[in-house]
Design a protein around this ligand. Structure first.
Ligand SMILES: Cc1cc2nc3c(=O)[nH]c(=O)nc-3n(C[C@H](O)[C@H](O)[C@H](O)COP(=O)(O)O)c2cc1C
Length: 350
């Protein structure tokens, strides 16, 4: 998730969910820049100790560019590549990628099939979609099932379905996800004898929803966004048969684990706690520390320990059930170490 899937936080998921088969997804990267710029690649996330169950996600609008980016990702140790056909944001509209690219199924299928058919690309090819727009008198649900069938016929390895429509600029998360459509997509892939794994996404707002969602949809796996930001121990609790509860105690445990992760990283794994960064255009971020002679890239991803990212994680963790955390938290704090100090004080930690 843009601004939230940094390397330390992905590691936190692994540490809080031991023995749970998690696949980590990076946030969305621009395939064209990733394919063409060695500097950009060298500054981008790599799986590091997360290992090969890490999938890098790309926004791509041409088959050749997606394939080139995918081959580079394979070289960098990723275990899979994912094409984003769900991003609803205005920059995706301007760039013609994400959910806007899904307005041309032919292009989407061409991008996926070149990658699937390339012998040199040995890692899984995945795609993420959302409920399609209604068209030609057919409902969004019917069109989504048809689209999933076509994708599965190509031999794509994994498809994640976010069960919501794109929504409007003012309301991206309108209503509940339609898991009935996800269920019918699972059945469609089975009916066609496809090997594509279907991952269900949407409506998880507590540990119990993980099992309910999987049971109802029959999906091969589940993707969780916001609730994992609030409760990064979610999958571990599900795997151990635990429910919700012990809110405060749980929060302290999560805060401690994240603090340990941050403090352990400084110096280790060559990662510094970085204070500066500024928002770039289109929701990207520009690295605050740019060495002399280094190109200055607009970054969609900030995968290292950066002030803005650390603040955002603590806001989510400290948020009450269902909300997204107050922006007032740490609003004036300018250093990562001061955020850490503030959190420790709040929880009475040494
Ligand atoms: C801040 C934020 C950033 C996101 N960034 C991405 C992204 O880069 N790629 C992606 O596929 N989905 C992204 N999403 C969508 C989520 O992955 C997910 O599909 C959506 O939030 C619905 O799942 P949930 O109800 O479990 O949160 C983002 C969502 C949020 C709230």
């Amino acid at each position: 998730m843009v601004g939230c899937s940094d390397y330390p936080y992905l590691r936190l998921y692994s540490s809080l969910n031991p023995a749970t088969p998690i696949v980590h997804f990076t946030e969305m990267y621009l395939a064209s820049t990733y394919a063409n710029s060695p500097t950009y690649r060298s500054q981008s996330i790599t799986p590091r100790s997360l290992g090969p169950r890490t999938v890098i996600q790309f926004a791509a609008t041409s088959p050749e560019t997606f394939l080139e980016a995918a081959l580079q990702a394979q070289k960098n140790g990723f275990g899979g590549v994912d094409l984003n056909l769900g991003c609803p944001q205005s920059r995706a509209r301007e760039g013609g990628y994400g959910s806007y690219m899904a307005e041309s199924w032919d292009l989407c299928l061409a991008v996926l099939s070149l990658a699937v058919d390339c012998d040199d690309l040995r890692i899984p090819v995945c795609v993420k979609i959302r409920i399609q727009e209604p068209k030609d008198g057919r409902t969004g649900g019917e069109r989504t099932i048809q689209f999933v069938g076509l994708i599965s016929d190509l031999g794509v390895d994994m498809i994640t379905i976010h069960g919501r429509v794109r929504g409007t600029d003012d309301d991206r998360r309108f209503g509940a996800a339609d898991l009935g459509v996800v269920k019918r997509c699972v059945e469609e892939v089975q009916r066609r004898g496809g090997k594509t794994k279907v991952i269900s996404n949407g409506n998880v707002r507590g540990v119990g929803d993980v099992g309910r969602n999987l049971e109802y949809t029959g999906a091969d796996g589940i993707m969780v966004g916001e609730e994992l930001l609030r409760k990064p121990d979610l999958f571990g609790r599900y795997a151990q048969g635990l429910g919700e509860g012990g809110e405060e105690e749980r929060k302290v445990k999560i805060v401690k684990a994240y603090l340990e992760m941050l403090e352990g990283l400084e110096g280790g794994e060559g990662m510094r706690l970085e204070d500066g960064s500024k928002s770039g255009k289109n929701g990207g971020m520009i690295r605050g520390v740019v060495d002399e002679g280094e190109e200055e890239f607009e970054r969609m991803s900030v995968w290292w320990t950066n002030l803005e990212v650390v603040k955002s994680h603590f806001r989510w963790i400290l948020a009450d059930r269902g909300d997204r955390g107050s922006k007032r938290n740490f609003a004036k704090t300018k250093k990562v170490l001061d955020v850490i100090k503030g959190v420790k004080k709040r929880f009475g930690l040494a």
